[in-house]
Design a protein around this ligand. Structure first.
Ligand SMILES: [Zn+2]
Length: 430
């Protein structure tokens, strides 16, 4: 496979096809059909696809045959339509290609492996106590190697590896990252996993990096499309040790000029005494990040966010007060965002998804007080619909999406391979 055709690191999901990126009209049409089927909750027949895409029936039939040969889509059992002619529903293929997504935060490292249909083939979770970059990057490398090995044993090609991480990627040197939350300063990510490694004989696949919140938003968009519940405009708020956001406008990621936006946790919300991970005081993160909740919840230095959830659900006064303060500061930051960007929907993952029912009223109350348009605009806050770690799933889906948009990387499959589901031999854990 020629991975030089992969899009660059930090490129983000774009549901709309850019014709200029396609090598040919045929490739454009192949990706159009692949995207239509993978992003929908419906199993379209050839006739329905012809109607949706505007392609004539014979062209579409040839393209669908190719997509089946490449293991991108499969046929389901035919259904009898009103006219009596059987329609064969088409669906994204199971177990023909695998994409690995990882997410790294200050407290945990997670991974998941998906196929084209979005099925999660495998998951990994590890709690982290030390964010030393040498140790962490070695852990990541080991996870990637062992996952690729298992996938290779199962005859399942790994087509992409993406890592979701909170920090600022240097735009001129794409692999240099600084992350206040991880206490990483200008860490070089290009060396820890490269072509020259001798300790594996697996095919080299370049790694791409994505912001934690953007990865979570990928998963949100993907699952909402699958459920037929698309929201075209929203701010996705990833909350953990850090609070990061991704802005979606008209189903498209709005990126800053350098990909350095979305650092919602470092927005000034109020005078405060506690230092934020960036070194300043008054940032949203210093009131509403996990460390602030644990500290204000009086849970002790070694407590985890799960201890905070338990204290809050037991209605312990310190935890309740901490959640209230955090909700108010979140409401202030969201109101400022509404006043500037006129955004109607805010979706939380992580902490504020877990404790949503305890904080939503205070957040809404603060927004109503502070957002100038709140009397006329219907502003909604909601929980993410993604179960489990949205960032690892989103990173995996971003990589798979880029693969689907690059037909040059697809591999023709034998009939035997297409009728065989090799992943059954793979353990469910990485
Ligand atoms: Zn800060």
């Amino acid at each position: 496979m020629d991975y030089s055709k992969h899009t660059s690191a930090m490129s983000l999901y774009n549901n709309r096809l850019d014709p200029a990126r396609s090598k040919s009209i045929r490739n454009h049409n192949l990706t159009l059909i692949a995207n239509t089927l993978t992003s929908s909750n419906k199993h379209y027949s050839r006739a329905e696809l012809a109607r949706i895409t505007g392609l004539n029936r014979s062209t579409l039939t040839r393209l669908v045959d190719s997509l089946i040969e490449y293991g991108i889509i499969s046929e389901l059992h035919s259904e009898i339509t009103g006219s009596g002619r059987p329609a064969v529903p088409l669906t994204p293929s199971l177990h023909t290609y695998a994409s690995i997504g990882l997410s790294l935060s200050k407290s945990n490292l997670e991974a998941c492996v998906i196929d084209i249909s979005g099925n999660i083939l495998s998951r990994y979770y590890e709690q982290i106590n030390d964010t030393n970059p040498t140790i962490i990057l070695k852990k990541i490398k080991n996870i990637i190697y062992s996952t690729k090995q298992k996938l290779q044993k199962a005859n399942l090609p790994t087509v992409s590896i993406s890592i979701a991480i909170s920090g600022l990627m240097n735009t001129t040197e794409q692999h240099k990252i600084s992350s206040p939350n991880l206490k990483w300063n200008h860490v070089d990510l290009s060396d820890f996993y490269n072509k020259n490694d001798k300790d594996n004989n697996l095919e080299f696949i370049p790694i791409s990096f994505i912001d934690l919140a953007a990865a979570g938003a990928y998963a949100e968009i993907y699952l909402r499309n699958k459920k037929g519940n698309t929201i075209p405009n929203f701010l996705y708020i990833h909350s953990g040790n850090s609070i990061d956001t991704a802005l979606i406008k008209n189903n498209t990621f709005e990126q800053g000029c350098n990909n350095w936006g979305g650092k919602f946790g470092h927005v000034f919300v109020s005078s405060g005494k506690s230092n934020c991970s960036c070194g300043h005081t008054g940032c949203l993160e210093s009131f509403a990040g996990s460390r602030a909740l644990i500290r204000e919840g009086k849970l002790g230095e070694n407590a985890s966010i799960n201890n905070f959830y338990a204290a809050l659900f037991r209605n312990e006064p310190a935890a309740t007060r901490a959640a209230n303060i955090a909700a108010e500061k979140l409401g202030i930051a969201i109101s400022s965002f509404i006043n500037i960007f006129d955004m109607p929907v805010f979706i939380f993952d992580g902490i504020y998804s877990e404790i949503f029912d305890s904080v939503k009223d205070k957040i809404i109350e603060t927004i109503k007080e502070r957002a100038i348009c709140s009397n006329w605009s219907s502003i909604e806050i909601m929980k993410s619909i993604v179960p489990g770690n949205a960032s690892a799933l989103g990173a995996a889906w971003k990589g798979m999406n880029e693969f689907l948009n690059t037909p040059e990387l697809w591999i023709k499959k034998s009939k035997e391979a297409l009728s065989y589901y090799p992943i059954q031999s793979m353990s469910s854990d990485i």
